[in-house]
Design a protein around this ligand. Sequence first.
Ligand code: HEC
Ligand code: HEC
Length: 315
Amino acid sequence: MKNKEPLILAVVVVFSLITYYLVEPFAHHVLHKHVESEGFVYADLPALTKTGNVANGKELVMGAGACTGCHAVEAVGMPAAMEPQMAAASYGVNPPDLSNAGAIYDAKFLADLIKNPAHALKVAHKFDATKGQAHPMAPFSGAGGDIEQEVADMVAYLQSIAIKPEAVTPKIAFENACGRCHALSYEKWTQLGEKPSFKYKKDALAFDIKVLEYEDSLKAYMGKLPPDLSMYIRSRGEHFISTLIENPQNQLEGTAMPRVGVTAQTAEKVIEYLEDAGDTKRHEREEIGKNVMIYIVIFAIFALLWKKQVWKELH
Ligand code: HEC
Ligand code: HEC
């Protein structure tokens, strides 16, 4: 009888390939809607038409723009008006420190956010001022001059005090853009900041209570508690999270999570942070993987030589 082994092998290979390249992607496609990234260009937002004046922007951010009434700007020595959990009790969430906003967020997005927060954040379905549901961030309606110029001035000021966009680390990106809503327990991150290691249990519990109070306000504001993101990079994958950040409504229609308006570069940093948190041995594994491949190649060469040697004697 002829040798059937090659035929059996061919059948197994063909069926494996069909499952891998046709059945699995089809099932995935049915279960998850595919959303293409638009490259974080925010095409729905109007382009900036004015060149901002930094000095005037500073006056507005500190004065008529009222930004510092709600936001800290630690970079220029402006502390928060309230403790985070108190701020969350007032606004639903702690307004983030604006020190690096100019580096983290897209300029067009910032300009639109200042004039109409619910629009830029894509949560207009939840906040309709005409129905008395005002967004907690008060819109800026002008300080008496040309509002487009005033907004451009504020954006220019925020960019002037921020670190360089290249200097935004994965940690800074995550903490600024996501950290007020999402905990990341694998990195000890809570919505109130990194949990310190306390000497006394009493102090640790007091900290936890503040976090719980904050989360209660957040839950009331968002309708549900934003999930801890430690494992999301594993369960959802990079593409899903990246397109979710770009426009949450594309992935979860009607969701309370805002479009945060980060630049493409910041989004990449956020993903990198989630990868490092959810998969801490990633770099180590890739390093070991290379060595294992080298070992296998060398071993295969020796095995082949040895086999030839053995068969030579038998024939
Ligand atoms: C009445 C309080 C209030 C004022 C005034 C205010 N903000 Fe905010 N701001 C908030 C709150 C609350 C949030 C968080 C909203 C959320 O996450 O749903 C926020 C969010 C932001 C964000 C982050 C948005 C994002 O995409 O994650 C930026 C940037 C910002 N504000 C800038 C400004 C600037 C600039 C001004 C001044 C022109 C200003 N804010 C005035 C309350 C305020
Ligand atoms: C103002 C609060 C807020 C901010 C800021 C925010 N999120 Fe969310 N996020 C939410 C809420 C609320 C949900 C739950 C959404 C739902 O189930 O409808 C959520 C859900 C998620 C989910 C889970 C989605 C799923 O499939 O269930 C991921 C992942 C996520 N956010 C990532 C991020 C990242 C990354 C950032 C920063 C770039 C961020 N979020 C910023 C409020 C926020």
